[in-house]
Design a protein around this ligand. Sequence first.
Ligand code: UGY
Ligand code: MN
Length: 295
Amino acid sequence: MSLVPPLLVPLLLVQLRLVFGSAGTCQAHIRDDISSFQSPADLPGFTRSVYQRDHALITPESQVFSALPGWTNAQAAYLVTPAIGSHFTMYIARMEASSSSAPPLPGVERLVFVLAGSVLLTTHNVMNDDNELSVNSYAYLPPHFNHTLYSTAPVTFLVLERRYFASQALDNQRPQFLVGNVDDRPLLETPGEVFDLRKLLPSDAIYDFNVHIMDFQPGEYLNVKEVHYFQHGLFLLEGRGIYRLSNQWYPVQAGDAIWMAPFVPQWYGALGRTRSRYFLYKDINRDPLLHPYGY
Ligand code: UGY
Ligand code: MN
């Protein structure tokens, strides 16, 4: 025989629903929250970008594009400028169809590296040479070198500019105009390191900077715990990993840009499933005591 009289059963069920109903509702709310979970990148005010005394990380969501003075139909997002403490600028330039560039300031050298699309470089010399620069192609334009970049379709490229640091020790010889492609640059020795290294400019003292293209397979990392005088402007072209800057450790991925001041401790570990490749500006070949920027 049942302990509960049959008439009381529906009443008990109502009581049970009242007691546990709130818990059920609460769980439903949690489930709603989980199903609407969004990546931190979507949170209002969230950015991975940071700006510190001796380094900065500029991630794509914080790039701000504005008109490039003198250029037509072109915009730039400055990633590194002297306002940050550097002696160079690094920016992403975007040209729409039918655009043209303006020259850099007098005495300023320029390096262009194509990220997407292609651009026509005219050098206005006797031969009126034209060079079509596509992805992974680059051009080095010495100071006072007459040139214009033209686009017939949208193109995106990185630009480095700095005032050329002439050296009397080199009898004031001037660097030469160069065009090239990363794939045609030789692999260089990297004693004690595992990454693949290519340099875009010749290892010649006439150049006051170089650009290193560095490739790491997943799991590879920098062995040297670098703390050095040279400045860096870095743009991560492929892959992802962890960049150590000073005493912070930043998850980074393709499209991120980094500024490293002189002597900032720096290290990279490549993670993920694909190769990491970065573009790295480095000033070289000049005596720091002669540096015109007061160091
Ligand atoms: O050459 C360099 O200074 C380079 N290995 N630095 C870096 O990757 N952070
Ligand atoms: Mn370094």
